[in-house]
Design a binder for this molecule. Structure first.
Ligand code: AHR
Length: 629
């Protein structure tokens, strides 16, 4: 009797200490940063296969580009006529360039134009591709137009024919099934009757898109993103958001509604945005991958690097004129209504018309992107923040604290956020691996009463194993500080090989393949093994105070699983002690995932995990998932 009382007393004592060693952490800690950089959207995630589909490319997008970039005039079999690009009677005022074919002699085959996609159109045998175009008959009787998918020599893989009879713009659409696989096919449009024909907004989509969405995303890339199990997705940038000058600030309203009426725009990263992947598609994609949407809007100022001023300390930042700020603020408020408002509201109705009457459950809204902390910025940020707070107190606004881990903009950004009591602030930093090792304690010192942190962009400047493992050590500190670090996203997410504006990136891809980096696997190990409770004082190392060793322990309250992460970024093996007794009653069978330089991909095994002492290989990381008894 006496003995069991003693046991109860000990048990109560342990329970109390166990409870004391637990703290709630952010359930939204690890997410993704999507920016339309390095062809992440057009030619990337967005599954459209036609490049420059509405003939809106210009030399200001990219030196030497023009409305016929990626297109070629194609007279076949002695046909005679001409092709011109015109703007007189456009499809709509937002899409003013279109092609006119003047067919004087059809010859043996007719004449038209060819699109080569984004360096070739990849097609697969037996699969269907949805083609569509707008056309208007300007002269002549009905003109048959054949649209085919071919190889470069002209061999046809599949085709369809439309009879263009309408003098007004009309959309023609059909499916083409392809009889051969080819990574570098092209789309050929041939008019087979004399007369004049206007053509615009030519589109070719694989039938198979991620989750079978119309106007959807590339399935392989989407799956790689979904496999990160991100808790949130930030979009559409990055510098893309605040743009190169005021006219280039990303305007979400220009990216919704009928595709042919969306406003194409120069991309700050020296190419073009069709806006086919627009705000509706971003929200829908977030929903499809189970991530909370985190749209970022400009704080009423353009990028400080506007006009090519990519020099530290310089500022090409321009503020929206005060006279236009109320309209800009209204756009910000309208976005909340677009995402969350009832289908009967003005902007909610537009969401419903696009096929989503239910709200998108917007919770976070970022204002600003690592802006230069000028008086122009502060005035405009304050106006926007106050307006959102007043009209939508339910929305968590994310402020911004410059482009570096320290310095003037960081200090001033934090001061503004503190003054206004903004709930979350976005920090950005790209530093060397050593920085990530040495700064493992950065957030231990942050004031818990001030704003929470969203590390919106970070990376250790490389895709080598040492980069990934340094990031892993740092991420254990983000879990440990998950009560003040609310969110974090590696940046950038995607980059197309041959079109990279920025290195390193998390996932590289080309027209047919997806190449995740070792940094990707580190992000994946953390995001798919996250928790909402942090448990301290479980792991001890023999090499104390060695910044290359790191650990974190979290619990997922939904499943009761306890997840131990152990990282050794050092060049020698290290002994680690895991105090399993301090974790409550757990099953001996655990899932152990090992990531080592050799192999470079995580390897998972189900095994008994009962020993509290283990050796961590040099340059390795382990995730041990223990299940509740
Ligand atoms: O992530 C790439 C770029 O880095 C972002 O556009 C910008 O915010 C940062 O400077």
């Amino acid at each position: 009797m006496q003995r069991s009382l003693f046991t109860i007393i000990i048990a109560l004592y342990s329970t109390a200490t166990f409870a004391q060693r637990q703290k709630a952490i952010s359930p939204d800690l690890f997410g993704i940063f999507f920016e339309d950089i390095s062809y992440s959207a057009d030619g990337g995630l967005y599954a459209e296969l036609i490049q420059n589909r509405s003939f809106e490319y210009t030399g200001s997008d990219h030196k030497g580009w023009h409305p016929m970039t990626a297109w070629e005039y194609t007279p076949r079999g002695y046909a005679y006529g001409k092709l011109s690009v015109e703007t007189k009677s456009p499809l709509n005022e937002n899409n003013t360039h279109y092609v006119v074919l003047d067919i004087q002699d059809v010859g043996q085959e007719g004449l038209g134009l060819t699109n080569y996609g984004f360096n070739g159109i990849p097609v697969k045998e037996g699969e269907q591709y949805d083609v569509s175009l707008f056309a208007a008959l300007l002269a002549g009787n009905a003109i048959p137009v054949t649209v085919s998918i071919r190889n470069r020599k002209g061999d046809i893989y599949g085709e369809t024919t439309f009879d263009v009879t309408n003098k007004n713009w009309q959309q023609y659409a059909a499916g083409i099934t392809v009889n051969k696989s080819d990574d570098s096919a092209c789309l050929v449009i041939i008019a087979k009757g004399t007369g004049k024909l206007a053509i615009d907004q030519v589109s070719l989509f694989p039938k198979k898109t991620f989750k079978d969405r119309t106007n959807g995303m590339r399935p392989d890339l989407s799956q790689a993103i979904a496999d990160l199990h991100p808790k949130f997705m930030r979009f559409p940038g990055g510098c893309l958001v605040h743009g190169d000058g005021i006219a280039n600030i990303y305007n979400w309203k220009n990216t919704i509604g009928p595709l042919e009426a969306r406003v194409d725009q120069r991309n700050i990263w020296n190419y073009h945005q069709s806006a086919g992947l627009g705000y509706f598609e971003y929200f829908q994609f977030c929903e499809d991958i189970g991530a909370k949407p985190v749209p970022i809007l400009a704080a009423g100022v353009s990028c400080q690097n506007s006009g090519g001023t990519w020099v530290i300390g310089s500022t090409g930042q321009k503020g929206i004129p005060m006279a236009d700020m109320q309209a800009y603020i209204q756009d910000v408020l309208d976005l909340v209504e677009y995402a969350n408002g009832p289908a009967t509201s003005v902007w909610g109705a537009k969401r419903a018309a696009a096929g989503h009457p239910e709200p998108f459950h917007l919770q976070y809204l970022g204002i600003g992107n690592e802006d230069k902390m000028t008086p122009d910025f502060e005035a405009r940020f304050t106006m926007i923040y106050n307006a959102v707070k007043a009209k939508h107190p339910e929305i968590t606004v994310i402020g911004t604290a410059g482009p570096s881990s320290e310095g003037e903009d960081y200090e001033k950004g934090w001061a503004i956020v503190n003054k206004l009591k903004v709930p979350v602030v976005d920090e950005h930093y790209y530093n060397e691996p050593e920085w990530f090792l040495k700064n493992n304690q950065r957030y231990d010192k942050y004031d818990r009463k001030k704003a929470k942190v969203y590390i919106g962009e970070y990376a250790s400047r490389g895709n080598k194993f040492i980069n990934a493992i340094s990031e892993a050590t740092y991420m254990t500190s983000l879990e440990r500080n998950g009560d003040v670090v609310h969110m974090a996203s590696y940046a950038p997410l995607l980059a197309k090989k041959g079109n990279t504006n920025w290195n390193p990136d998390l996932i590289y891809f080309d027209n047919t393949g997806v190449y995740p980096t070792v940094n990707y696997y580190v992000q994946q190990l953390f995001s798919s093994n996250s928790g909402d409770v942090y448990i301290s004082d479980v792991v001890t190392f023999d090499r104390k105070k060695d910044s290359t060793l790191a650990a974190s322990v979290v619990k997922d309250s939904k499943t009761g699983d306890v997840i131990v992460k152990l990282v050794n970024a050092g060049a020698t093996d290290a002994k680690v002690n895991v105090n399993l007794k301090a974790l409550g009653a757990l099953q001996p069978k655990a899932q152990v995932i090992l990531l080592k330089e050799e192999g470079g991909v995580p390897v998972s095994v189900e095994t008994e995990f009962t020993k509290s002492s283990l050796t961590l290989d040099a340059l390795s990381m382990q995730v041990i998932r223990l299940h509740k008894k």
